[in-house]
Design a protein around this ligand. Sequence first.
Ligand code: HEC
Length: 214
Amino acid sequence: MGSAFNKYAMAFLATVFVVMSAAIMSDSLFDSHAPEKPGFIIQAAEGGGEETAGAAAPAEAVPIATLLASADATRGEAVFKRCAACHTAEKGGANKVGPNLWDIVERPIATHEGFSYSGAIKEFSKGGQEKWTYDHLNHFLTSPKGYIKGTAMGFAGDKKDSERADLIAYLHTLSDSPKPFPAADAAPAGEKPAEGAAPATETPAAPAQPAPAH
Ligand code: HEC
């Protein structure tokens, strides 16, 4: 009796062990601390510890238009030092680990000459139809792999709203004709508020913008 019980107990424990090992090995658990290219990872873990833990559900994100209203490109240039290991910022600059970022705002995604992009970001760009809007940049730089799963960009992301906004304000300066910031009080794209009581003017229907696939 005793030995039969032990046999079942062992079998059960072995099963538990296998299942747990599989869970530990799985991507989901390892994702955040075992990237496939550890040499390229630059952790953005400096500064205040007052932020909520990464695992907690994120609070409602502040729109980038609001963040940009108080952003500072000069501070952003300092933040860009974290990107400079992999990206050049000047016009005609070389591609390094990542593509040159001159004129990145409104540039079609994953289309810079001479750079070999991952399949993930090419798919996200829908063949260059999607552009680097302020909104896309904001989400991507918060969590590159969270926003574009499978991207080759080995950067952990910058979760600090003000710092990220400064950075995006700096990216905005990398252009001969910087693209204007979105208006802070603008309604989200696709939601045209009814304007006054004059329905005579025809508003062209905005094309439905499908949410990016994750
Ligand atoms: C460890 C290297 C590395 C760091 C650090 C890094 N990147 Fe990247 N970045 C890449 C790579 C590689 C790609 C190409 C991604 C792909 O092919 O999936 C990329 C792509 C991008 C793109 C898309 C470019 C395009 O042509 O579509 C932007 C925008 C970008 N990075 C911005 C930044 C910013 C801003 C920072 C600093 C906060 C940064 N990156 C830090 C490696 C890096």
